[in-house]
Design a protein around this ligand. Structure first.
Ligand code: AMP
Length: 141
């Protein structure tokens, strides 16, 4: 079993510190949203709270209370921006449940009836496509 402490050098912590780039969609005092680099469908984005926690299990409920209105706002925007039929909102807790990056994050995945979900952590998207999709989201926010 891995140690279940927060690693301040995880990749999303580095994105939050501006140490590595992301295709930013939205930011406020409490949260940052950016495109998932291995999207499971067109427009797949992630929302992360700025406060550190590994996942839902160790998060402060006050952080969740600020995070989920942002998730809702972005899910509505994603449905519109990508003309989706629905939106999958998912969130994994620990490796056994599929978590690969250990800073709390929520997946927002626009879904079309006609498009099967691609594998989780599948293949890297072209950065130009991610930039264009981030722009589509920002345009409806
Ligand atoms: P999870 O399994 O919920 O921990 O998912 C982590 C997600 O982060 C996966 O969907 C990855 O494709 C995505 N991901 C990993 N590294 C990056 C990165 N540098 N920028 C954006 N998304 C990333």
């Amino acid at each position: 079993m891995t140690s279940q402490t927060y690693d301040p050098n995880n990749i999303f912590a580095k994105i939050l510190k501006g140490e590595i780039p992301c295709h930013k969609v939205y930011e406020d005092d409490d949260a940052l949203a950016f495109m998932d680099v291995m999207p499971q469908a067109e427009g797949h984005l992630l929302v992360v709270p700025k406060v550190a926690s590994r996942n839902l299990l160790d998060a402060d409920p006050a952080v969740l209370a600020k995070l989920y209105p942002v998730v809702q706002k972005l899910a509505v925007a994603a449905k519109e921006a990508f003309d989706a039929d629905g939106v999958l909102v998912s969130q994994f807790n620990e490796a056994a449940a599929g978590q690969t990056v250990f800073h709390l994050h929520v997946h927002i995945i626009p879904r079309k009836e006609s498009a099967p979900l691609r594998p989780h952590s599948g293949s890297m998207e072209d950065p130009a496509v991610l930039a264009r999709n981030a722009e589509r989201l920002r345009a409806v926010l």
